[in-house]
Structures are given as structure tokens and as C-alpha cells.
Write a protein that binds this ligand. Sequence first.
Ligand SMILES: [Cu+2]
Length: 68
Amino acid sequence: MEQTIIKVGGMSCQGCVKNVTGVLQALPGVAAVDVSLEAGEARVRHDPAQSDVAALKAAIEDAGFDAT
Ligand SMILES: [Cu+2]
């Protein structure tokens, strides 16, 4: 397991937080997701062999947010 912190742009409310949390939790190998609206970031515990950082970012961007 690896802990990755991704900056997420475009979140404006708890609904956005739920959306980002949901798309990340749906990925294979993701064990825990903590999204902070205040910090504008997502902390993800994941197995990089199943979902690497690029896959996490792609899922966030597919949901309509910016991921860096
Ligand atoms: Cu929102």
C-alpha cells in the first residue's frame, strides 16, 4: 500500500467531495480515501500495482475536476 496526496481543483462543496471520494473508492486496489475540501486535496491509500497515481488522477479528471 502506498499513500498518495493529490491536489484537487474545482471542488466547491461537500457534494464535490462526495463525487471525488466515490470515483476514487470505485478503483481497484484503493483501500482508503480522505478528501478535504478545505485543503483541496485527496489522500489515497492504494495498491499502485492495481491503481497507480496516473489512474487516480485520471479518475478525478473524468469526474470533472483538476488533479495535480
Ligand atoms: Cu460541489
